[in-house]
Design a protein around this ligand. Sequence first.
Ligand code: V47
Ligand code: SF4
Length: 378
Amino acid sequence: MARIDDIRAKVEAGQRLSFDDGIFLYDEADLFDLGELANYVRERKNGNFAYYNVNTHLNPTNVCVYRCVFCAFRADLKSPKGYVMSDEQILRRAEEAAQRGATELHIVGGLHHQLPYDWYLHVVRIIHQAQPRLHLKAYTAVEWDWFSRLTGRPTRDLLAEFQQAGLGSLPGGGAEIFHPEVRDLICEHKADADTWLRIHREAHQLGLRSNATMLYGHIETTAHRIDHLLRLRQLQDETGGFQTFIPLAFHPDNTKLGHDRQLKKPNILMDLRTMAVSRLMLDNFPHIKAYWVMLGVPTAQLALSFGADDIDGTVVHEKIYHDAGSDSPQELTVDQLRRLIEEAGRTPIERDTLYREVVRSETSWRTGRTIALDLVPA
Ligand code: V47
Ligand code: SF4
């Protein structure tokens, strides 16, 4: 039996793919065979639906003690590019989001040399008090690890304290590539793989959901990518707390890594391959996100037939990718998001952060049923 037929049989029988299957799919499988298989799983889990949300990003500071070589967003403490938002600016952003009908605020930033732990907690607390209906998806595992280094307290306690203050869930950033052969070269100081995974485990145990990411298209090999996916699959087996996996294509502009290694952004074939392999290897993740800001709109549309079932949201005020050369717009309206999905032949559904359908009237919105988690195969 040809290798792809063997893998197809496994996928149709709902059997788990191995490390070697993953390497074959990435390096040797025909792209259209791969896409067809990923699409089969995508439709088995999520039917013809494609999800979006109404959200806004908030990066309270870009000043960062770390120097990840892929990052164009960070600034040194005394750099003219560095900023720290005031309470007023933060609350204005949250109010603007709520007025636009956002259901989610996505909050991440730098690890400031001088700001204390209490400032990060204060940010979540004041936003939650002012806008209690906004779900706060806040701080990556790298930030939680930093808070623990600042305070000497265990991350589990800090997560619980933030939960009391209004934290809703954790975004998936900071995962990069787990394998130390790569991680030690691109972000040597920040939380290692075990720490990243431990923090997500703790969050899940506290009842918080989270996402996961992988930064691809730089110095990593196929084996590093598959290793990354399998570490996530293993934790998901244990906790079931991950909602979405988001593959993130490296954008090289204004980065040390891009400059030193003369790297270009991965091409569309690599983007679609990564989306499809992720869908097939992460058999226990309900959703795979094609983040339109990172992929661009046309590739995000295609990705909806290569395993992805989500395109993220309206976004607004995105900095991390735009600082690194993304030419996507800063914002898409709800009409544009819906049209993008419909043009790709899918049925758009607005979701909140926890994948509950959002039902809107002229003046308000409410959440309805939880959508399409693991639809059973026909
Ligand atoms: O951890 C930083 C990546 C991540 C670059 O959870 C870069 O719903 C490419 O995690 N080129 C942050 N990538 C963004 C993120 C995210 C985005 C959208 C949705 C969600 C979610 C999470 O961005 C970082 C890092 O992996 N990143 N710089 C760059 N030059
Ligand atoms: Fe700092 Fe995050 Fe950029 Fe790394 S990726 S330098 S931790 S802001």
